[in-house]
Structures are given as C-alpha cells and as structure tokens.
Ligand binder design. Structure first.
Ligand code: CA
Ligand code: CA
Length: 276
C-alpha cells in the first residue's frame, strides 16, 4: 500500500513509471472530446470536455494537455466536471494533492490530470459525460473565426530522465495489486467559434458606415471613445455595425489605435477613417 500512496502523491508522472514496469494489454479506446461553442467577441464561454468508452474498472489515471491560441481566446479556469467529481479527495487525504489537478505551464497550454491510488471503481473515472469544464472568454475585438481547443499529449519526457518525448494521452487503471493497465485514447479537438466562424467580410466603404460611431447612435462623440475602450476591456459588446464603424484605420482589428483616432477625431485632429 505504501507504493500506492507514493504513486498517488506524485500524480500522473509516476503513474507512467508504474505502467512501463507492469502494463497489461487493453482493448478498446477511451474517447475524449472537447465541445465546439459559439461565442461573441467580448463574451465569456463554457466548454466541456466529455469522456466516453471507459473500461469496466474505470480509470485511476488520466492526463492530457489542452492547447489553444491564447492571442485569440482566454482560458481562466478548468474545473472538474461530473465524471471527475468522484469524492476521492475526502477518502484519500494527501497533503496538497487533489486527484483532479490543473496547471498552466505556458501561455496557450493547460495540463489536466486525474490520479488516485485507490482502485475502487467509485473513486475512479467511471461515469461517462463531462470530465472537465473550461471557463474562458473571447476578448472584445477578436476577429470572427474558429479557434481550436486541442486535446494533446503533455509535452515532457515519457518518464523523468528518459530523454524520450511523451506523445500519448495517458489513461489507465491500477488495480489493488498495483498492476497497471493502459488504455488507448482517441481525442477530438473542440473549438471556440467567434461570430459565424467565417472571417469578417471587408467593411463596407461608404453607405451606412459612420466611422467612429461605435455605439451606432448616428454621431461621433466622446461616448464612442468610451464605448470602444470598454469593448477593448471586455465590458461592452459592439454591435456588428459598431465593429465596422470602430475599425477606423481599416486594419480589421479593433484596438487602442482606433480608440485614439476616434478621440483625435472628436477633437478635430484627424478625419475618419484614417489612412495608414
Ligand atoms: Ca456615437
Ligand atoms: Ca483598427
């Protein structure tokens, strides 16, 4: 039992060592699939990672990384979903270690692990459904498009000091005799879809476009400067016409340069749109 405790305390990385020493064969594939969600720029989103194809024993270890473009979407947290809420932390008290754990070692990457030294099915991942819930936001001004949320192997060595790069999402079960069984995982990427998922059309030149009129009330004044600044900070959502009107330097991005140019226009220093 001592080994099991150590294994649990050191989490998934040590699990791998246990697996390489005593891995039984396993049939079937565990599936991990991230959802695709539609989000407006400037809004929050929630995206679930669902698990299926679980073996009868459940899984006592699972680890993978979530990769995304952090210049397009922001992930604030990844919480345990229903399938990861086994109550094991109350039964297996290890200082500072929870079975479900999340870290962000680099921008655009989170690692997600579940690991327990317990072999009882109730403490293993044995329910299909949402395993993890990602909460994040899309910054205001983010261009329309589909931004992938990939589920991949954690970028590290297979075991510490092996010099071999890990290429697998690890899923396994360790029984009461410390015999490990490893399962294949089929992962499906999800996405955060901003707008209709298509790149924004070229803004209409002339016509109904009133450059600088971010709140689309028919004139350009200090309220538009406030509106665009709030939109950049994420506390205000520009309407589709507002977005076209706000991009006063016509570079397809709404940012502080546009805000400054609208302010300059209000005090009659520049004409809009500005020519770059
Ligand atoms: Ca206005
Ligand atoms: Ca712009």
């Amino acid at each position: 039992m001592k080994v099991r405790k150590i294994v649990a305390a050191m989490a998934a990385m040590s699990m791998l060592a246990a697996f390489s020493a005593q891995t039984a064969s396993a049939a079937g594939a565990v599936t991990l699939a991230a959802e695709k969600v539609n989000v407006e720029a400037g809004s929050d989103f929630e995206l679930k990672i669902n698990i299926g194809g679980l073996p009868d024993t459940g899984l006592s270890v699972l680890e993978f990384a979530v990769k995304y473009d952090s210049s397009k979407i922001t992930i604030n947290s990844i919480d345990a979903g229903t399938a990861a809420s086994t109550g094991v932390d109350a039964a297996e008290v290890l200082e500072g270690v929870t079975a479900f754990s999340v870290q962000s070692p680099a921008a655009g990457t989170y690692t997600v692990t579940y690991s327990t030294g317990k072999s009882d099915k109730q403490y293993c991942i044995s329910k299909e459904g949402d395993f993890a819930v990602i909460k994040g936001s899309v910054p205001a001004g983010t261009a329309a498009g589909e931004y992938a949320v990939e589920l991949v192997a954690i970028d590290r060595e297979t075991t510490q000091g092996s010099g071999t790069k890990n290429t697998e999402i690890v899923a396994g079960y360790i029984d009461a005799n410390d015999v490990g069984t490893k399962y294949e995982v089929t992962a499906t990427a999800g996405a955060v879809i901003v707008g209709d998922g298509e790149t924004d059309p070229t803004p209409t030149q002339g016509g109904d476009v009133l450059y600088g009129d971010c709140d689309v009330d028919g004139d350009v004044d200090i309220m538009d400067v406030i509106a665009i600044n709030k939109a950049i900070l994420g506390s205000y959502t520009l309407s589709p016409q507002g977005k076209i009107n706000a991009d006063v330097d016509l570079n397809q991005v709404i940012d502080t340069t546009d805000a400054l140019n609208i302010l300059k226009n209000v005090v009659k220093l520049v004409e809009l749109p500005v020519k770059s």
